[in-house]
Design a protein around this ligand. Structure first.
Ligand SMILES: NC(=O)c1ccc[n+]([C@@H]2O[C@H](COP(=O)([O-])OP(=O)(O)OC[C@H]3O[C@@H](n4cnc5c(N)ncnc54)[C@H](OP(=O)(O)O)[C@@H]3O)[C@@H](O)[C@H]2O)c1
Length: 224
């Protein structure tokens, strides 16, 4: 049975990842900051729900200790924040630092802590939910904080994909589309169901040749 671990599964895309992989009969390890308040997640069925704040070293280390020796085929680093939508002239450096902590250091902390769980598994996949707003090729002057955090994540994952390539890691960055979640807003064009279905169908078919790619939920490759 394929084991999937998801960060930020309390709502939005993480919750939908948990729902769809559970319905595919995978073992789902869903993580979130407040498991007691994650009613929709707890209602999915027979999944493991654990507490995990990706900005908190102790929280990450505690869960890594708990899950030591368990194989994780697919680690989905999904948790993220928008930070600040304002641009140049109104930048808040405390918010920028917090956003980097969640969107860049968070997924890398989790990747380091759960490296052995993934690398000892059959599939050896680490999925990182980024955004095409992190594409330098497509940059426009807004959302400096969010865009720079996702561009930095892209670089960190590109390094990681090369670092563990010979050991068989498949690290892939996905843009989920502009999706109807708390972050994306209800006017967004893509439903969480469609976004996750698109990514899930690609994830189950990934091969080692995909290591280090930056893909969209609809299968397109995104320019760095
Ligand atoms: N929606 C879009 O249009 C869109 C587009 C491109 C990329 N993305 C990316 O997709 C991912 C999911 O976004 P979403 O749209 O589902 O956003 P969302 O609805 O705002 O949900 C964000 C999730 O991240 C969790 N989270 C935030 N900080 C965390 C932390 N420190 N530790 C653990 N979990 C934390 C939240 O948990 P709490 O419930 O505890 O706050 C929540 O579960 C993000 O990486 C985002 O950047 C989204």
């Amino acid at each position: 049975m394929t084991t999937i671990m998801i960060t930020g599964a309390s709502r939005g895309l993480g919750l939908e990842f948990a729902r769809q992989f559970y319905s595919e009969e995978c073992r789902v390890i869903a993580t979130c900051r407040n498991p007691k308040k994650a009613n929709e997640l707890n209602a999915i069925g027979d999944i493991d729900v654990h507490s995990l704040d990706v900005t908190d070293d102790k929280s990450v280390a505690n869960l890594a200790d708990k899950l030591r020796g368990e194989n994780i085929d697919i680690l989905i680093n999904n948790a993220g924040v928008i930070g600040q939508r304002d641009g140049f002239g109104r930048l808040d450096y405390d918010i920028w630092a917090e956003t980097m902590d969640t969107n860049v250091f968070g997924p890398m902390r989790v990747a380091e802590a759960f490296r052995d769980n993934v690398m000892n598994s059959e599939k050896k996949q680490m999925i990182f939910i980024t955004s095409r707003m992190g594409s330098i090729t497509e940059a426009v002057p807004n959302a400096y904080v969010y865009r720079s955090s996702k561009a930095a994540l892209n670089m960190a994952v590109k390094c990681l994909s090369a670092e563990l390539d010979q050991q068989g890691l498949i690290a892939v960055l996905f843009h989920p589309g502009h999706v109807q979640t708390d972050m994306g807003g209800q006017a967004a064009p893509v439903t969480p169901q469609k976004s996750i279905e698109g990514m899930k169908n690609q994830i189950v078919a990934l091969t080692h040749d995909d290591n280090g790619r930056f893909l969209s939920y609809d299968g397109h490759q995104i320019p760095w």
